[in-house]
Design a protein. Structure first.
Length: 397
């Protein structure tokens, strides 16, 4: 396992070490804040879709479509910006991205017109995708991407506790627009953090303009595997709140479950960081989709609160743990940082399809159909991740 960590060339290692040296405490904190803002959908989807249904009286398909427009915008933006990671000013791009997202969410506060909300969701997604691409690309060019991404996951877990613990009650008390006030505030904080302290990790001389190597074929399969897991995550997570409420578990019980989910989310990323050299990454990424599908079945099929609550509380943790290993593996296979800069694209391609697909399935066949779909997607994810075994760099981590 130790051998696999030293496969980079001296030039690559020099670039990585220099990048790490320039991060500093404030730079790392800025990356953590930007990561939490950019990954807000991973935390907020059940409250987001639930609010659109409960407070704005949209049907599941319409609510899922709005979330999908946000995520699709992030995908398109990430696909555009990730190849330009080493040719752009990361600090300016991240600041502008999160700043525009804050303005878009602020615009949703005063409207309930579906067409306007749809447009603003798409704009917000494009802006967030820009900011998050440069955030993850910068993490990917650090000396230890796996460890730094694990720290970012811990930060996201802390953010999840605060968001899931406070936001549902605030929405119930002050109405649906409160959700978009919270989103606008989160994006504004991220923009301020980026303009003040975002690390400026410039490529080496000639590196930004030279022809960069093509991304390895195994990387594309790994990215597709992450997208499959993100599809299941978004498809189920978007409706997990509504599943609990529609089965009569009550708002208090469901909210408590979501808070428990936030607490559990504190652990998978740091545990993944500690196990980086102890557990083969290929085993983690192939087991992750299977566990995720099993939990999806429990959530959608159980009529009792206890199994629903237990499965829901650890559902997102499986994605966080697995993706931390996948991020580290992809960053080592592609040392340019372009693959992990496309993290928003690989995550949100699946996540963009998830809400509208889930809403359509629920509308046509009920909640049970979500579990069946999760099994099919898990099979595709396992196949995609199995292709990473062919890369020597992925054998140890």
């Amino acid at each position: 396992m130790q051998t696999n960590l030293s496969t980079s060339t001296p030039t690559d290692q020099h670039t990585a070490d220099g990048a790490s040296a320039r991060l500093g405490v404030t730079g790392t904190l800025a990356l953590m804040v930007a990561h939490c803002a950019g990954m807000v959908d991973l935390v907020a989807l059940p409250v987001w879709v639930g609010t659109l249904i409960g407070a704005y009286h949209l049907d599941p398909q319409q609510a899922g479509l709005l979330a999908t427009l946000f995520l699709a915008g992030a995908v398109a933006s990430s696909l555009f910006f990730s190849p330009r990671l080493n040719r752009s000013r990361a600090r300016a791009a991240a600041t502008i991205g999160f700043g525009v997202a804050a303005l878009a969410f602020a615009g949703m506060i005063s409207t309930d017109r579906f067409a306007v909300m749809a447009l603003l969701h798409a704009v917000a997604g494009i802006a967030v995708g820009c900011g998050l691409s440069f955030t993850h690309g910068t993490i990917g060019r650090s000396a230890n991407p796996h460890r730094l991404f694990a720290i970012a996951g811990l930060a996201l877990g802390v953010f999840a506790i605060a968001f899931l613990g406070l936001t549902p009650g605030m929405i119930a008390l002050h109405g649906g627009p409160t959700l978009f006030r919270v989103f606008a505030g989160v994006m504004a904080v991220a923009a301020i953090a980026c303009v003040l302290a975002f690390p400026s990790l410039r490529a080496g001389r000639g590196e930004a303009t030279a022809d960069e190597p093509r991304i390895d074929r195994a990387v594309w399969f790994g990215m597709a595997g992450v997208s499959c897991m993100a599809l299941t995550q978004a498809m189920l997570f978007s409706f997990v709140q509504r599943i609990g409420l529609d089965r009569g578990f009550g708002l208090t019980a469901v909210t408590t479950t979501l808070i428990a989910l936030g607490v559990v989310n504190l652990f998978p990323a740091p545990v993944a960081g500690l196990l980086e050299l102890r557990v083969p990454g290929r085993r983690v990424v192939q087991a992750g989709p299977v566990v995720q599908a099993a939990l999806a079945l429990i959530i959608t099929q159980s009529a009792a609160f206890a199994p629903y609550a237990a499965a829901t509380s650890v559902f997102a943790a499986v994605m966080i743990f697995t993706h931390t290993f996948a991020f580290g593996m992809l960053a080592r296979i592609d040392s340019t940082g372009r693959a992990v800069a496309a993290t928003p694209a690989m995550l949100m391609t699946g996540a963009a399809i998830g809400p509208v697909l889930g809403g359509t399935l629920v509308k046509q066949s009920g909640y049970g159909s979500l579990g069946m779909a999760a099994i099919l997607v898990a099979a595709a994810a396992v196949y995609c991740f199995s292709r990473l075994e062919r890369r020597p760099n992925s054998a140890g981590v």
